[in-house]
Design a protein. Structure first.
Length: 62
């Protein structure tokens, strides 16, 4: 009985330690209103046609 208990304990520990952990992605869904606002700010700062990239948190000029 001791061997069976030891085996069950080892099997349980192994299955608990090898469980898959799900973590949500770091980047969440971008808010289209935030992108629109940042786009307007980028055009005002860089000028029309001089905006290289815009995302929800920042922008870059050419």
């Amino acid at each position: 009985m001791t061997r069976l208990a030891s085996f069950a304990l080892a099997l349980t520990a192994t299955s608990l330690l090898s469980a898959c952990v799900f973590a949500p992605p770091i980047t969440s869904t971008t808010d289209s209103a935030a992108i629109t606002k940042m786009s307007e700010q980028a055009v005002a700062t860089c000028g029309t046609g001089n905006v290289k990239e815009v995302n929800a948190k920042s922008f870059t000029c050419k």
